[in-house]
Design a binder for this molecule. Structure first.
Ligand code: 5GP
Ligand code: SF4
Ligand code: MG
Length: 460
């Protein structure tokens, strides 16, 4: 998911939130919502689909105020409902509140049960409603105190923006799993999942929200509360590999440069005799450029992407997913004809895309197709908010590399090593180390306790 918050008296905060969400669209395409506070109350609009589908000029016009929070949602199967769209808006003892969440709580089931036993009721199936209930429950304290108490109770990943009728608060879980950053636009403050949203609004990047930090923005400016101490960092490395936009800067590292470095590392680990190297657009392009740089193999555009098609994994069924691949990508015959092609993608999840693309390249006349992946095999589910959840669908969880190669029909298949991935990240910033990142979907080392049993709530 993607979140954005704007505190900007005198500005059209709803419109800023709208354009901010537009820039964060890649983080979720299922629903979009904006809530605006005008000192007296909170008004909001939410809709299904893309930001442009959920909103129109009239809806934006209606949202007037000085503080706004917005959300774009992506979830796992079965819960693509307007009721689950965010921000969640509710009344509590002191007024109204709107909450937008990116992440996934790992103790949501437990917390829900505890809350339900003492009379709480739930309207959605999202873990975010647990946060809402806790905030309401602790509502007698100041909002800052309520947030700190809530942070003590909840486990997992959360980059959260909370808004009242007149204030904006933002916080990041103590592990810093999901990104969250602060920007300024004249006198306005902006908090966003990724810095690309700040750029889009013409705002300047100030800094990242620190893990365990609460940032409060109101009439007296920005104040910071160090709410929880950092256990260890566990920034999601998959944000750099795939999820975030390449023009974003997360925790001091450029996503684009990180991907390039992964591609260069891949070239060192898997040198292959070939005529051209191509990337699977858009997510594989930066790594392919890195591979070309390091190896000297010529980069070319061997695949074209229909720019009007969103991320294919959003489609709910396997059949629709396969169809969507052909809708989204096509081979450039003149580029690949008669060539030995290295094709680079950022990751293989289910193997659907990769299989189709290999086939496409062969049909277009490629002589050899070597598939290289700029991350290690994904063998474990993510419990912290990325949709690689259903283990049986993760092709690398049940198949060897050779079996995957056969399945996708490539001449050879190679993945970046775990050490290589880390080396690429460490090369970006001297302050990061093995312990900076969560890499659990690759190595099973979960930095935060994971849910017990099968009862898993929707991920935001
Ligand atoms: P596959 O070959 O597994 O069908 O698709 C791989 C493609 O899915 C890659 O291009 C990658 O960019 C994209 N992808 C990356 N992360 C995710 C994710 O979290 N969920 C899904 N379903 N697809 C992803
Ligand atoms: Fe990111 Fe993978 Fe960790 Fe999930 S398990 S937070 S996708 S690195
Ligand atoms: Mg991709």
């Amino acid at each position: 998911c993607g979140v954005i918050g704007i505190y900007g008296p005198g500005k059209d905060v709803a419109r800023l939130a709208y354009f901010g969400l537009y820039a964060l669209q890649h983080r979720g395409q299922e629903s979009a919502g904006i809530a605006v506070g005008n000192s007296r109350e909170i008004e909001f609009h939410k809709g299904m689909g893309l930001v442009t589908e959920a909103f129109n000029e009239r809806k934006l016009e209606e949202l007037k105020g000085h503080v706004a929070v917005g959300h774009v949602r992506y979830s796992t199967t079965g819960s693509s409902l307007l009721a689950n769209a965010q921000p969640l808006i509710f009344r509590y003892s002191k007024g109204m509140m709107a909450v937008a969440h990116n992440g996934n709580l790992t103790n949501a089931s437990e917390m829900r049960q505890n809350l339900a036993l003492t009379g709480a009721v739930f309207q959605t199936t999202t873990d975010t409603e647990v946060i809402v209930n806790l905030l309401a429950r602790y509502g007698q304290s100041s909002l800052e105190e309520a947030l700190i108490k809530t942070m003590v109770d909840i486990k997992g990943s959360y980059s959260l923006i909370v808004m009242t009728e007149n204030r904006m608060l933002a916080l990041r879980d103590p592990h810093g799993v999901r990104p969250l950053c602060i920007g300024r636009l004249d006198d306005a403050y902006i908090i966003a999942s990724e810095s690309c949203a700040l750029d889009t609004l013409g705002a300047t990047f100030v800094r990242d929200v620190e893990p365990g930090e609460i940032v409060v923005v109101d009439g007296s400016g920005l104040t910071s509360i160090k709410a929880l101490s950092q256990p260890r960092r566990a920034a999601c490395i998959f944000e750099y590999i795939y999820f975030a936009r390449p023009d974003s800067l997360i925790d001091g590292i450029s996503v684009n440069r990180a991907r390039r470095a992964m591609g260069r590392q891949l070239a060192r680990e898997c040198p292959i005799e070939a005529d051209i190297v191509i990337g699977v657009p858009d997510s594989g392009t930066a790594a392919a450029l890195g591979y070309a740089e390091e190896s000297g193999v010529a980069f070319d555009q061997g695949l074209m992407k229909n720019r009007y098609v969103g991320r294919t994994f959003i489609q709910p069924t396997q059949e629709m997913r396969s169809q969507a691949v052909r809708l989204k990508l096509n081979a450039v015959a003149k580029a690949v004809e008669g060539k030995r092609v290295i094709m680079i993608d950022d990751s293989i999840v289910r193997g659907t895309t990769s299989g189709k693309i290999v086939q496409m390249l062969r049909q277009a006349g490629a002589k050899e197709v070597h598939m290289l992946v700029s991350s290690p095999p994904i063998t474990q589910p993510c419990y912290y908010g990325i949709d690689t959840s259903v283990r049986k669908e993760l092709v690398a969880a049940t198949k060897t590399v050779e079996e995957v190669r056969q399945m996708i029909g490539a001449d050879s298949l190679h993945y970046l090593s775990e050490e290589g991935l880390l080396a690429a990240m460490i090369g970006q910033n001297a302050n990061v180390s093995r312990n900076t990142y969560c890499m659990a979907c690759f190595n099973g080392e979960y930095p935060i306790e994971i849910p017990v049993g099968l009862d898993k709530y929707t991920m935001e």
